[in-house]
Write a protein that binds this ligand. Structure first.
Ligand SMILES: [Zn+2]
Length: 573
C-alpha cells in the first residue's frame, strides 16, 4: 500500500500518482477511469473499487463519493484518498469492508475541480470559489480589487488601512485582533478599514469594489451548475450560463446517467462539521415521508459514526433566511432519487472550544469573546499561520497599509496539518455503511421441472437482500427512475418458449427499510415483498443448457445457467 502523508495536501500530479499507486498495488480491487477533463484540460479521475473477481462494478450496486468541487476545500480530496486506503486495507481483514467490496462497488472522485485546487496549492496561490474559468464575463475586470498575494509570502491575507471612519477596532484584550466597532463608538478613534489582500485596477481614490464570489473574475460555483432547480445568475450566483455548462459538472452528470447502478452519493466539502441532507429548497413537511425517514435513519447512523450532527439544509444551513441554494449535487436526489449527503468536514469553532451550535449565523454575528477564543486556539495549533500579525506594506495604489489577519485557508477552510488525519478518519465507517444498506439483487432459487415429453417448467426466484428497496427512494419511484427487476431467458437453437416472455418484468422489490417496529399495530400486508419470480415453460430436449439473467438498474445483475434434466421428483435441480 502506498504510504500517504495525510497532513499534506497533494498537488494534482502527486494526487494522480497516489491513485496510480493504489491501482498498481491492488489491481483486482482498483480501476482508474477518466470521466472528463477540466476547463484547463486536466483529467478528472474516478477510482472504481470492487472485488473484480466477484463481477464488474457495473453489475453491482454502487455508491458515489466526491470531493473538492470547491477550490480551497482540499481536505475533502484528502478524505477521499484516506477512504480509498481504508477500503483497501480493510479488504479481507474487516468483514464489512470485505462483504461490501465483494457485493458492491464504490466510485470515488477525489478531486472534481483539479484546476481550482491547483490554483489554491500553487506557490503563489490564487483563491477562487470553484472553477477557474472567467465568469460571468470573459475579461479581467478593469476596476476594483483583485485578490492576490501581493507581498510574495505565499499567503492571501487581509489588508488593513487606518481610517477614523473604519468599522474595525482592536480587540480590547488582544490588540492584534480586530473586532467590529460598537454601534455607539464615537468617530475618530483608532479604527481600520479591512480589505482582501490584492491590487486595484483604475482606483478612483474612493471606492474599492471587490468582484465575484472570491474577489476575482472567476465567479463560478460548480456546485450550482447541476440540473435540478438550476437558476440563472440573477437568482443563484455562480450557477453558470446553463445546467452542466461546466465540463467538471457535465462529467459527473454523464457518469451518473451512464451508471444507473449508483444508489447514493456523498459529496465532501469543508467546513462546519456537519452532515447536510436535502431538501435545500423546501421544508421537511414537503418531503416524501418515507424518504425523510430514511434520511433521518442515515443521519442518526452518521451522527453515531462520525460525531458530526446530521442537519437539513433548508432548516439549518441557509445563508440567508428563506433564500435557498439550488443547482447543487442534491440533483442526484431531486431528479434521480438517490439518497445524497453533503458532508462539511471540520468544525474550527468547536475545535476552539466555542460553545455555540449555530451554523451559518455565527459568522454573521457572535460574541467578541468568541473571537478571542478563536484567536487563542489559532495561535496554539497554527502559530503565525492561522492569524498573521499585521506587517506594514507599501501598497502601490493605497499607499501605506498593513497585511495580516486571518488566513482562512489555513484554519477555517481546512484544519492545520497535524489535525487533518484525525478529522478525515471520522468518515470511512459511515461511508461503508451507506453503501451496505443499498439494495442487492440475488438469486434465491432456480427450479427446473420436467412436464413430460420435451416440456419443462423453469422458475427463477430472486430476492433483494438489501435494507433499501430496489427503487432506492420514493422519489426515484415517483420520477419513474427504474423499471423494476427484469429477467431474461436465453434459449439455444432448437429450444422453444411455450409460455412466458423472453423478458419478464418482475416489479420492484422491497427491503426492510420501511418495516415498522414489532410493537406497531400497523399490519405488514406484504411480508414477502423482497421476493419475485419469473416462470417459463419451454420445449427442448433433455440435456439442453439454458441461460438466464436478471437485473435491476440499481440492485445489480445476476446471470445463471441450468441444464434440463429430469432427475429429481420434486424438480429441484
Ligand atoms: Zn464546498
Amino acid at each position: 500500500m502506498p504510504s500517504i502523508d495525510f497532513s499534506r495536501f497533494p498537488r494534482y500530479d502527486t494526487l494522480v500518482a497516489h491513485l496510480r499507486d493504489f491501482a498498481a498495488e491492488r489491481p483486482r480491487l482498483v480501476e482508474l477511469r477518466v470521466i472528463g477533463q477540466s476547463h484547463e484540460k486536466r483529467d478528472i479521475y474516478v477510482v472504481v473499487i470492487t472485488n473484480s473477481d466477484t463481477g464488474p462494478a457495473h453489475d453491482k450496486p454502487a455508491y458515489w463519493i466526491d470531493g473538492n468541487i470547491h477550490a480551497t476545500e482540499l481536505l475533502a480530496s484528502t478524505a477521499c484518498l484516506y477512504f480509498i486506503q481504508t477500503l483497501l486495507g480493510g479488504y479481507s481483514t474487516d468483514p464489512d469492508t470485505t462483504r461490501c467490496l465483494d457485493t458492491r462497488a464504490f466510485y470515488i472522485c477525489p478531486r472534481v475541480n483539479p484546476d481550482g485546487a491547483e490554483w489554491a496549492l500553487a506557490e503563489h496561490p490564487r483563491l477562487v470559489r470553484s472553477g477557474t474559468r472567467r465568469y460571468p464575463y470573459d475579461e479581467e475586470p478593469v476596476e476594483g480589487l483583485i485578490t492576490q498575494d501581493i507581498d510574495g509570502d505565499g499567503r492571501i491575507l487581509q489588508m488593513r488601512v487606518a481610517d477614523p471612519n473604519g468599522p474595525w477596532k482592536p480587540h480590547p484584550l488582544e490588540p492584534r485582533l480586530l473586532v467590529r466597532r460598537d454601534p455607539s463608538d464615537a468617530p475618530g478613534g483608532e479604527y481600520f478599514r479591512v480589505l482582501p489582500e490584492g491590487l486595484l485596477n483604475n482606483y478612483d481614490g474612493v471606492h474599492v469594489p471587490v468582484p465575484g464570489l472570491a474577489g476575482n473574475a472567476q465567479g463560478l460555483d460548480l456546485n450550482r451548475n447541476f440540473p435540478a432547480l438550476w437558476r440563472q445568475e440573477f437568482e443563484q450566483a455562480g450557477a453558470g450560463p446553463y445546467p452542466t455548462s461546466e465540463p467538471e459538472v457535465r462529467a459527473i452528470v454523464e457518469f451518473f446517467v451512464s451508471h444507473p447502478n449508483i444508489c447514493g452519493g456523498t459529496s465532501l466539502h469543508t467546513f462546519s462539521g456537519a452532515l447536510l441532507r436535502p431538501l435545500g429548497s423546501q421544508p421537511d413537511d414537503q418531503m416524501i415521508p418515507e424518504d425523510l425517514w430514511t434520511f433521518r435513519a442515515q443521519g442518526r447512523k452518521g451522527e453515531e459514526l462520525t460525531g458530526y450532527p446530521a442537519i437539513s439544509v433548508w432548516h439549518d444551513f441557509q445563508y440567508y433566511p428563506n433564500q435557498f441554494i439550488s443547482g447543487s449535487f442534491d440533483w442526484i436526489y431531486e431528479h434521480l432519487g438517490r439518497f445524497t449527503w453533503t458532508v462539511e468536514l471540520w468544525n474550527p469553532k468547536q475545535a476552539a472550544g466555542i460553545d455555540n451550535n449555530e451554523w451559518i449565523h455565527w459568522f454573521r454575528d457572535h460574541r467578541v469573546s468568541d473571537d478571542l477564543k478563536m484567536y487563542t486556539w489559532a495561535q496554539q495549533v497554527a502559530p503565525g499561520e492561522g492569524y498573521v500579525d499585521w506587517r506594514p506594506f507599501a501598497h502601490p495604489q493605497l499607499g501605506p497599509v498593513e497585511i495580516g489577519g486571518w488566513q482562512r485557508t489555513a484554519i477555517f477552510s481546512n484544519p492545520p496539518p497535524q489535525l487533518r488525519e484525525q478529522e478525515i478518519a471520522r468518515l470511512p465507517k459511515w461511508l461503508l455503511w451507506l453503501n451496505l444498506i443499498g439494495p442487492k439483487l440475488e438469486l434465491r432459487e432456480l427450479n427446473v421441472v420436467a412436464l413430460g415429453g420435451d416440456s419443462w417448467r423453469v422458475r427463477l426466484v430472486v430476492q433483494n437482500s438489501g435494507w433499501l428497496p430496489s427503487y432506492v427512494s420514493k422519489m426515484g419511484l415517483k420520477r419513474k427512475q427504474t423499471r423494476g427487476v427484469l429477467a431474461e431467458i436465453a434459449l439455444p437453437a432448437g429450444a422453444r418458449l411455450l409460455v412466458g416472455k423472453p423478458r419478464e418484468e418482475l416489479g420492484e422489490l422491497e427491503g426492510w427499510a420501511h418495516l415498522h417496529t414489532g410493537i406497531s399495530f400497523w399490519p405488514n400486508n406484504r411480508p414477502t415483498a423482497d421476493l419475485a419470480y419469473a416462470e417459463w415453460v419451454i420445449e427442448a430436449r433433455a440435456g439442453t443448457e439454458i441461460g438466464m439473467v436478471s437485473w435491476h438498474e440499481r440492485a445489480g445483475r445476476i446471470a445463471t445457467r441450468a441444464t434440463l434434466v429430469d432427475r429429481l421428483p420434486d424438480g429441484q435441480l
